[in-house]
Design a binder for this molecule. Structure first.
Ligand SMILES: *Cc1c(COP(=O)(O)O)cnc(C)c1O
Length: 437
């Protein structure tokens, strides 16, 4: 796989280089020059394969010649050792539960795959490295879990103080070992900016072997295309021959980009819904053709509180930087906190299914898309987090709290350990140099 920078087509990288570097030197993001198209046979037989088997076939095709086949099989098997059920909740809507990993959010999928890839590369090179991730809630814990006790790796997480839920904070700050949590006195956008600046600093970046584990890293992005193939194949197996539309609760658009990659590889999906909360940069772009980053707004679906979605550039590359092509493949709507909470309540009452606040936003967007849908499509809602992580919001919907999974209970009883820093970049630089010694 050869990748280029979205800011400079002449800056190229191999997959390994792109994984390690995270971001291209010219700015922008790494993007594969082309995607393999899967064969008719692959699509015909997909429903007979397990998620791990499908993932291995797709990963082998994408990473041909990059990773030794046996090692890749091991990486896939180890990363995806949990189930991803597809559950029908009404006559034309299924929910793909992506939250059965260790941190109860979909980011486990990308983070665990990336951790496997990076360990494989690291073993070959025998280098120490620092993995950096800014998190609005779930990224950090997924990354940290993926890399916990990985030899030669220190993980530094930055999260906005007071802007993640209590449970998310516990998940970020209680792992210990090679995981350091920095509590930034600012917003998620500050965290993301600090990380970007650290990478832009060549000196620092080389000294520490900095690697990004945000959704911008290509090794996290690629596996997020696998479950689209999987869900689609399961739906077809269930006898549906309708058009399939995926609804994706969106923030940085990494999950959505995964869907667009699956389509590039031949998955016959014509429409993706980018469901957003009050952070409405994407629907605004689709309506007006203007992409206007804004400061992020805090909402009840806080993992989507993003004012400047980092994968927007990749989405635009896939649609040839053409607004009308973007509008053809994407539908996007924004929803308030009240609508989100009301929906959690309604879906529980009517469908006996408990959505989390992110999934609820995705569900709302499906209802709006149905109103204009001529094709009477089947819908797959990507449920990105376990509702038990959002007890306070479930409570606001006046619903009974769900049973808390054991792994979540355990981390709630541990002691929080974090380092408070200001959003000033020099603070962070000093910190990084201090751990390099
Ligand atoms: C990160 C996250 C999202 C948003 O995903 P993006 O890839 O950033 O668009 C949605 N829901 C949950 C629970 C998340 O953790």
């Amino acid at each position: 796989m050869i990748l280029y920078s979205t800011k400079n087509r002449n800056e190229k990288a191999t997959f390994t280089e792109a994984v390690i570097q995270g971001l291209p030197k010219s700015g922008g993001l790494f993007m594969p020059e082309s995607f393999p198209i899967m064969s008719d046979n692959f699509f015909k037989n997909a429903h007979t394969k397990s998620f791990t088997e499908l993932s291995y076939i797709l990963a082998s095709k994408l990473l041909e010649g990059e990773i030794e086949p046996n090692a890749l099989a091991q990486i896939v098997k180890k990363a995806f050792d949990f189930e991803i059920p597809l559950k029908q909740i009404d006559s034309n809507t299924h929910v793909l539960e992506l939250f059965h990993g260790p941190t109860l959010a979909f980011k486990d999928i990308g983070a665990r795959f990336m951790s496997g890839i990076l360990s494989y590369i690291g073993n070959k090179k025998e280098q120490k490295r620092v993995v950096l991730a800014a998190t609005s809630g779930d990224t950090g814990s997924a990354v940290a879990n993926g890399f916990l006790n990985a030899p030669g790796v220190i993980v530094v997480l930055l999260y906005p103080s007071g802007k993640v839920s209590k449970i998310q904070e516990q998940q970020l700050t209680t792992l210990g070992s090679n995981i350091i949590a920095l509590e930034v006195q600012g917003t998620f956008d500050h965290c993301q900016k600090i990380v970007k600046e650290a990478f832009a600093n060549n000196n620092l970046s080389q000294k520490l072997n900095l690697t990004s584990a945000n959704s911008i890293n290509i090794a996290r992005l690629l596996p997020q295309s696998f479950y689209y193939h999987y869900a689609y194949s399961r739906l077809i197996k269930n006898g549906s021959n309708k058009d399939v539309v995926f609804s994706v609760p969106s923030g940085n658009l990494g999950n959505l980009t995964g869907g667009l990659i699956a389509k590039k590889m031949g998955l016959p999906v014509n429409k993706f819904i980018a469901a957003v909360n009050l952070n409405r940069v994407v629907p605004h772009y689709l309506e007006t053709g203007q992409f206007i980053p804004t400061p992020s707004i805090q909402t009840v679906s806080n993992a989507m509180d993003v004012g400047n979605p980092s994968n927007f550039e990749r989405v635009m590359e896939i649609v040839d930087n053409n607004h009308s092509k973007a509008a053809e493949v994407l539908f996007s709507r924004s929803y308030s906190n009240e609508e989100t909470i009301e929906t959690i309540k309604k879906v529980k009452q009517n469908n006996n299914y408990l959505l989390d606040p992110h999934g609820a936003v995705g569900y709302l967007a499906i209802q709006d898309y149905m109103k204009i849908d001529q094709k009477k499509s089947s819908f797959i809602l990507l449920e990105t987090a376990h509702p038990a992580k959002f007890g306070n919001i479930i409570d606001q919907a006046s619903l009974e709290l769900p049973e808390m999974p054991e792994r979540l209970k355990r981390c709630l009883n541990k002691e929080k350990k974090s380092i408070l820093i200001s959003p000033d970049k020099s603070d962070f630089k000093d910190f990084l140099y201090s751990i390099s010694e």
